[in-house]
Ligand binder design. Structure first.
Ligand code: ADP
Length: 423
């Protein structure tokens, strides 16, 4: 029979501390959901409420149309199996004995295993790769081996739904992926419903179809990985600045930490505009981004490495078609960004007839009274493929009051920007 779980306005408190407040969600047969959230956000507590290990303070959990308190424990154990954290035993059972405990909801009052029980135990041990450990005492197992034996016990229970609390936490990368792929194949082939509490956002994104992000006792965001794993949500909940990149194989959002939000404080609150191209602005772009500066860039050719970096960092930028000279329209847009910026940096780009306008654009910063930093390393003469016109423009920029910088430009620019008092 298809499984149906409804969590309605669930509230739970440990004494005076409310840990879950108004949690509502529904689950059907074959769903695969991930519960994510920072440490202490109530993920384990939520799972324990679903497994009837804890009793809700308010609201209710309805399984197959019947509220949890009305379920007999043995019947519930045929519908849900919990793979908890630190499910340990005080006795040194063998792996096989422990996995066989998963059969208790099916045993008669004499507790003897029938052939189908033995078959379920063997299958579960094979699936989780612990058949060869079956005679070993569980005290002698490594953390990873014990974790797999605990999963085997839950699989031996042959329920249509598994609730797992950080099942990958003791596993190395190989076993993590193996376990999650096992769950995925059971989910796809046998429509096993999976509720996974998981720390690792990237694993959650790859394997779960729906995610619920818990924060401050509530569901802060729920939906597909794309809907939940956004830069804004993660900044708010984990106080971390991240980049979100699609996984190269399946396009699922992957979270790449950039810096703790607290690290991203600097005095310079205005936008810094970078003029670059051909990768000349990339090191500075990355460095200033990590330091929390708001950036824009232009004019960059679509497909060039500065363009790719700016795009990954989500910067405001002016783009030009690949291998095309900068058009008057793009130049104008670049001037607009320069005019509204708090400071402008001209990266050490290679100068050719097609991008001379990028060097000319820098004059607009001087005209507008904006600080202009010119990274002249290597010196303009060695980068000039425009018959000396580039070098000439650099000389005039210097005369016009631009700050020329060579060497460790990033630190110097950061220091100079930070010294500018907010206007
Ligand atoms: P998570 O799994 O997201 O890390 P938990 O559900 O374990 O979060 O814990 C949520 C909050 O409840 C935390 O503040 C934790 O300290 C508290 N808590 C957890 N278990 C207990 C308990 N048995 N008694 C009192 N407080 C608890």
């Amino acid at each position: 029979m298809g499984l149906q779980i409804e969590v309605k306005d669930l509230t739970f408190s440990y004494g005076a501390e409310t840990v879950l407040d108004g949690i509502t969600l529904t689950l059907g047969q074959g769903d695969y959901i991930g519960i994510i959230g920072p440490n202490g956000s109530g993920k384990s507590t939520f799972l324990k409420n679903m497994a009837a290990v804890l009793t809700p303070t308010g609201g209710e959990i309805i399984i197959d149309g019947k509220a949890l308190p009305r379920w007999r424990r043995r019947d519930l154990a045929r519908r849900l199996a919990l793979v908890g954290q630190g499910s340990s035993s005080g006795f040194n059972f063998t792996v096989e004995e422990m996995v066989a405990m998963g059969r208790y909801p099916y045993l008669d009052r004499f507790g003897s295993l029938k052939p189908e029980d033995h078959a379920a135990v063997e299958r579960a041990m094979h699936l989780t790769g612990c058949y060869h450990l079956r005679q070993r005492g569980i005290f002698s197992l490594s953390g990873g081996e014990r974790q797999r034996a605990i999963l085997a016990r839950a699989l031996a229970q042959e329920t249509p739904c598994l609730l797992l609390d950080e099942p990958t936490s003791f596993l190395d990368l190989g076993y993590q992926v193996e376990l999650l792929e096992l769950l995925q194949s059971l989910n796809r082939r046998e429509r096993l419903t999976v509720v996974l509490v998981v720390h690792d956002l990237n694993l959650a994104s790859r394997y779960c179809r729906q995610l619920y992000l818990l924060y401050r006792s509530r569901i802060y965001a729920g939906g597909s990985p794309e809907e939940v794993l956004t830069r804004e949500n993660i900044l708010e909940v984990y106080r971390t600045e991240v980049l979100i990149e699609p996984h190269p194989l399946d396009g699922k959002p992957q979270v790449i930490p950039v810096a703790a939000a607290a690290e991203l404080k600097n005095n310079f609150k205005q936008r810094v505009h970078l003029i670059g191209g051909g990768g000349s602005a990339t090191p500075l772009m990355k460095d200033l981004f990590v330091k929390g500066f708001t950036l824009s860039a232009g004019v960059l050719s679509v497909g060039d490495s500065d363009w790719a970096t700016a795009r990954r960092l989500g910067l405001l930028m002016v783009e030009e078609a690949p291998f095309s000279p900068i058009s008057p329209q793009r130049h104008r847009q670049n001037l607009e960004l320069i005019g509204e910026a708090g400071a402008v940096v001209l990266a050490p780009l290679h100068i050719g007839p097609g991008n001379l306008l990028n060097v000319e654009a820098a004059f607009h910063a001087l005209e507008q009274g904006r600080p202009l930093f010119v990274i002249d390393d290597p010196a303009a003469g060695s980068r000039d493929f425009a018959g000396g016109r580039g070098e000439l423009l650099y000389r005039r920029l210097k005369e016009g009051g631009a700050h020329f910088i060579a060497g460790s430009f990033s630190d110097e620019i950061t220091a100079r920007l930070s010294a500018i008092t907010p206007s």
